[in-house]
Design a protein around this ligand. Structure first.
Ligand code: AMP
Length: 698
């Protein structure tokens, strides 16, 4: 199935986009209201990255301030009742430990309790609940143990060492993790910046009044000077100019517009002065519609994988259930004090010291590896989701292609001239033109050290090209349409052709267009090999889209408005597919935010960067390949670490509950302590061994 707009012929396809967006007004307005508090809630949870807990505190400060307290506690209290080197006690040292631990749990434990409350509110206990359980039980029981030892002078084992080490490791893990996560940008604010604050309104008596854009009304006539951004959507009444709409539509060249044409607020006016009649203001404007789409996308629940969170959840439930069973069973077959000991040990053992470090270390290693390859991973869950993605939607202009209007080919149409001479003539005649084509041709000649032919006179033929005199000949460089005859030459698909005519004979031709980036083809091959289906979606016209798509051998959609791209992502997601979106323009921002993983090309607009989960700082499509590799390897490491880190806990929980006690096997504290330390060291080393294949291209 190819593109369904194949036969549509939007000359100014933005026009189509606007209509499309307008039809959705009533719907989007409703959704916007609904969105407002969603957005608020979404913010609390760290944007669309799922349930993050990093807003609960500055873990660096928490860890560093808790460290001395924790170390003193650990030096003064035996591990599982087992004395380690350097440890010591003195009379009443257990009271000192209890006081220090009380300070520590209040200061360092806060973020975990807050996080646990959030998890319970979402009915999804995970790491925070598990840590809270572990520190509460070990702290409370240890305080009870100290009190008991003074009241009854009976020695009860305490868990202050486990309490302090668990809290410190968890704080450290969260600090490492916090450092690796980038700031979520504010796409909405960046979008708003595109629209100027003031508009110059032309009054009845032709005088100009400068008014805030918010006070513009439909029907107002506004003046936009050369180089200014257009303040509102409207139709040109007077004036002609080239408008750069690349920010909005992804279109590669400045589009020439005149009376009757529609312009979009936020686009940049080129060289002419425009008088524009305002068509849409406020919420109904193009930019507002894009803003609405973005916030709509951000309010969607993200398909966060986070296997670590899931494993922590299982551990939580298993710990609670096993502890309950152990309590009841031991109470029946022995007595309450025995039951309490087994229950407490079970709950303390359930706390995964190793997990607290395992996953953050993998994440930290992975994000720094990524950064060294120009991949900024803002949302670490993107790595887990991307590793088994089904579809990748790629924007064309600026993503797969360079987004610059460049000379693709120069053809000779008779044998009188050499190629250098044709290029010299082309560059010479363009000296008199301000058309975007002219600059491309002049720099093309410069790159090859070809000196432009000097012309005696040059005139612009409006809408067709340029003409001039040199060396007694009359030359024209005009569009194929203006030339009027068919030229039997091969030019790249989607390219624009201009013909060089000398005294009515075509002597050369130049093809200009957007060029594929060098690594684009390889990326598409790699995606197919990884069973990720590539689809190109572009705001460009059918001809330009088809050319690039055929070169790349991929499916495509042309004439795509921001809403169309958004719908495409939505449809694929609704089919149950995991979707990665890659883009660079404002028009890509809503779909970047909606996709399971949004990848923005670094050279793109700030709005796109803010909406994405991953940024390719070098704008090289080849880096998408590295990202997929990174995602796969990171997820594999996480799974290994979960196995080694939590595996110990899964086995130790039933042992701690005394399941094998009837046959004489209990988890001896010493063995428990050693296993716990070993598993922590194993996962730490394993995390650091994560690496990427050497990059083979550039
Ligand atoms: P315009 O409407 O000004 O964008 O021009 C329409 C077509 O005329 C372009 O697509 C080109 O093929 C041709 N043309 C206009 N100006 C130039 C120029 N300076 N150099 C080469 N071709 C031009």
């Amino acid at each position: 199935m190819k593109n369904n707009n194949k036969h549509s012929s939007h000359r100014h396809h933005n026009h189509g986009d606007m209509d499309h967006l307008k039809h959705n007004n009533s719907k989007t307005e409703q959704q916007r209201d609904h969105k407002h508090h969603d957005h608020h809630a979404g913010h609390e949870h760290g944007g669309h990255g799922g349930h993050e807990h990093h807003h609960h505190g500055n873990f660096k400060e928490l860890f560093l301030k808790s460290l001395p307290l924790g170390i003193i506690i650990m030096l003064l209290s035996p591990m599982y009742g087992f004395e380690l080197p350097l440890q010591f006690t003195f009379p009443y040292s257990d009271i000192v430990v209890a006081i220090l631990s009380t300070i520590l749990i209040i200061y360092g434990g806060r973020p975990f309790y807050k996080g646990a409350v959030d998890e319970f509110k979402q009915k999804e206990p995970g790491m925070m609940a598990l840590v809270s359980l572990g520190i509460s039980v070990s702290y409370l029981y240890s305080v009870y143990a100290v009190i008991t030892s003074y009241v009854t002078s009976e020695q009860v084992m305490d868990f202050f060492f486990e309490f302090a080490s668990l809290l410190l490791i968890m704080l450290l893990g969260h600090w490492i993790e916090m450092k690796t996560i980038g700031e979520a940008g504010d796409a909405q604010a960046e979008l708003a910046k595109l629209v100027p604050k003031d508009a110059h309104v032309v009054l009845e008596d032709d005088s100009i009044e400068t008014r805030p854009v918010a006070d513009l009304k439909v029907g107002d006539l506004i003046r936009v000077q050369a180089g200014e951004n257009v303040p509102a959507d409207g139709t040109i009444e007077r004036g002609e100019s080239r408008l750069n709409e690349a920010l909005l539509t992804g279109e590669s060249k400045a589009v020439k517009k005149g009376p009757g044409d529609e312009v979009i607020g936020g686009s940049t006016n080129g060289e002419g002065v425009l008088y524009i009649k305002v068509l849409e203001t406020g919420d109904k404007s193009f930019i507002s519609q894009v803003q609405t789409l973005i916030s709509q996308a951000q309010s969607q629940p993200s398909r966060a994988e986070n296997i670590a969170q899931k494993v922590a959840g299982w551990l939580f439930y298993i710990a609670v259930i096993v502890a309950l069973i152990a309590f009841v069973t031991w109470m029946v077959i022995e007595d309450v004090p025995t039951a309490v000991i087994f229950t407490i040990t079970t709950l303390v053992i359930a706390c995964p010291h190793a997990l607290g470090l395992a996953i953050p270390l993998v994440t930290a290693r992975s994000t720094s590896l990524g950064a060294s390859r120009g991949l900024l991973v803002k949302d670490r869950e993107a790595l887990e989701i991307a590793q088994d993605a089904d579809v990748m939607i790629l924007d064309k202009t600026g993503t797969l292609t360079t987004g610059e209007f460049k000379v693709l080919d120069v053809k000779l149409l008779n044998n009188k001239y050499k190629k250098e001479e044709i290029i010299a003539l082309l560059a010479g005649i363009e000296g008199g033109s301000s058309h975007p084509i002219a600059q491309s041709i002049i720099s093309f000649a410069e790159q090859q050290d070809i000196r432009p032919t000097s012309f005696d006179s040059i005139d612009v033929i409006s809408g067709a090209g340029v003409e001039g005199k040199a060396g007694g000949h009359r030359y024209q460089l005009i569009s194929q349409k203006a030339y009027g005859r068919n030229l039997d030459i091969d030019i790249p698909k989607g390219a624009t052709l201009s013909v060089l005519v000398e005294n009515d004979d075509a002597i050369g031709a130049v093809a200009l267009g957007d060029e594929l980036k060098p690594t684009s083809k390889e990326l598409i091959k790699a995606l197919k090999k990884n069973n990720i289906e590539p689809i190109m979606a572009t705001g460009d016209n059918e001809k330009a889209a088809q050319g690039a798509a055929e070169d790349l051998e991929i499916e495509y959609r042309s004439n795509q408005s921001p809403q169309d791209k958004y719908e495409l992502v939505k449809t694929l997601k609704d089919e149950g597919k995991k979707v990665i979106m890659v883009g660079d323009g404002v028009n890509d921002a809503p779909s970047l935010a909606l996709a399971d993983v949004g990848i923005a090309v670094g050279a793109g607009t700030q709005v796109a960067l803010d909406s994405a989960d991953v940024i390719l700082t070098q704008s090289d499509p080849g880096d998408i390949e590295s990202f997929i590799e990174l995602a796969q390897k990171t997820t594999r490491k996480m799974k290994q670490n979960l196995f080694w880190g939590a595996g110990y806990n899964f086995i130790a929980i039933p042992l701690a509950a005394g399941i094998l006690a009837p046959i004489g096997i209990t988890l001896s504290p010493a063995v428990g302590a050693i296993l716990m330390s070993v598993s922590t060291v194993i996962v730490a080393i394993n995390a650091i061994l994560l690496s990427l294949d050497p990059k083979n291209n550039g």
